[in-house]
Write a protein that binds this ligand. Structure first.
Ligand SMILES: [Zn+2]
Length: 453
């Protein structure tokens, strides 16, 4: 499993625990409750209610899979529902197909991922990826190979082990805050639209910094509300996150395309070389996998790349013709220069991915203008908003206990199955919820095993 992507997923656990603490009335975090904010939600609900309503219906389908199809098929009489079903099915397949490969290195789980997502909803993309990684870990534990844990806690601003990547503090915080606000607000809008009470609305503050938001319904009243209203309230939160993730991608693509003439021109003017910022010991995670060519011949961070195969290097563009899978396992000659002006010639064997095993950065003759930096910063914000909203959305659609997907899926499944297996609906709901919990917890424990074994 891609360490980085999954770790982002674990960023979600922090707010989830916070959310759980709030629910359980352990008020460690400071909660700012506001009557004026509650009034504001009413205004927003009047304006956006219709849209959020439609969005939630669509999200209900992609979040619950065939059980959602079953439910809506009984509910809607017109043939227009088939359009919704077709669009929903395509969206599920698209999400599962798109994410299976980046989420895991085990290529053939795509089909499994699509299948499970159609049955249980898109949240299962994460469960299948974790499950597949769990199988690899069990296998390697039995064969004695060192396994790589895929469950690692990550905090913004803290570097990941073995990966030269840090979740930027501002973008990480902002994206998380936005994801939680959008999520809670969408629940709240529908709660108000269906005439239900909001017990309290407010912000979660940690040391004065807003960490999230909450919108608590009146539980007793909510549980007695109409079934379809409840389902849509639950689906609205994670759906809003998935929609926002999608919007971030579209905005990102537009900005990159629109700014391309400018950024290319700036780079042509300013870029004058390439510097090594980091040298990886191995390809792959956790120090396993083939040793990198750069590490083998002692390349050092801080060295400038002057020549590759005799061609002068003045930027990434001058290096591309010598790297990549076309040159897998070939040896290239590279001339480096350190800060004192000493030069080093090295013969570097490229990995099977056609790379040297270094992180490179372009050097510039002058600092980038602020307009250029602003564009980069906007893209970084969009990138983090995309990742966190995607993860918050998928995570909340996992059919797990107190989360939206758990409340939604267990009841929906029980509703569709209880007559066939002649079991009390409430009992079956609890049983399904418990089974999912045991199943998913087992997968998470297996994934964390290498930390302890
Ligand atoms: Zn929610």
């Amino acid at each position: 499993m891609d360490y980085v992507l999954l770790s982002y997923g674990l960023l979600i656990i922090v707010p989830l625990i916070a959310y759980w603490l709030i629910k359980k009335k352990f008020q460690i975090l400071f909660l700012f409750r506001s009557k004026r904010l509650a009034k504001k939600v009413d205004d927003v609900a009047k304006k956006w209610g219709g849209f959020v309503d439609k969005m939630a219906t669509f999200g209900f389908i992609i979040g619950t899979g065939i059980f959602g199809f079953w439910y809506l098929n009984r509910k809607y009489k017109t043939s227009r529902k088939y359009l919704l079903f077709a669009f929903g099915l395509l969206s599920i397949i698209f999400v599962a197909w798109l994410l299976s490969i980046p989420l895991t290195k085990i290529a053939d789980i795509t089909l499994l991922s699509i299948l499970f997502s159609i049955i249980f909803g898109v949240g299962f993309v994460l469960v299948v990826a974790l499950g597949a990684q769990g199988m690899v870990i069990i296998d390697s534990l039995f064969t004695g190979a060192k396994a790589c844990p895929s469950v690692a806690p990550v905090l913004p601003g803290v570097a990941l082990p073995n990966i030269s990547l840090t979740i930027p503090l501002f973008e990480g915080w902002f994206a998380l805050f936005l994801a939680i606000v959008v999520h809670e607000l969408s629940h709240a809008i529908l709660i108000r639209r269906y005439g239900l009470k909001l017990k309290s609305v407010g912000l979660v503050l940690l040391g004065g910094l807003p960490l999230g938001a909450f919108a608590e319904p009146d539980d007793k009243q909510f549980n007695k509300a109409k079934e379809w209203d409840r389902y849509r309230v639950l689906a609205a939160g994670p759906t809003a996150n998935l929609l926002l993730a999608f919007i971030c991608v579209v905005l990102g693509v537009i900005i990159v395309a629109a700014a391309a003439p400018y950024t290319i021109a700036v780079n042509q003017e300013l870029v004058n070389g390439v510097v090594v910022v980091d040298v990886q010991q191995n390809f792959g995670m956790c120090g396993e996998g083939e040793e990198t060519g750069a590490y083998a011949v002692g390349v050092q961070p801080g060295w400038l790349v002057k020549e590759v195969n005799g061609d002068a290097v003045t930027g990434f563009e001058t290096m591309y013709p010598h790297l990549g899978t076309d040159f897998a396992n070939q040896v290239i000659t590279v001339t480096f220069e350190d800060t004192q002006g000493n030069t080093y010639g090295r013969a570097i064997k490229l990995g099977s991915n056609g790379l040297m095993g270094v992180t490179l950065q372009q050097t510039t003759s002058a600092p980038y203008p602020w307009e250029y930096e602003t564009i980069l910063f906007s893209l970084s914000v969009l990138n983090w908003c995309f990742l966190l909203n995607l993860m918050v959305g998928l995570f909340n659609f996992i059919p797990l206990g107190p989360m939206d997907g758990g409340l939604l899926q267990s009841e929906l499944m029980a509703q569709s199955l209880h007559k066939k297996i002649k079991m009390d609906k409430k009992k079956l709901t609890k049983l399904i919820n418990f089974s999912f919990l045991v199943f998913i917890l087992a997968i998470i424990v297996i994934n964390a095993l290498p930390w302890f074994v």
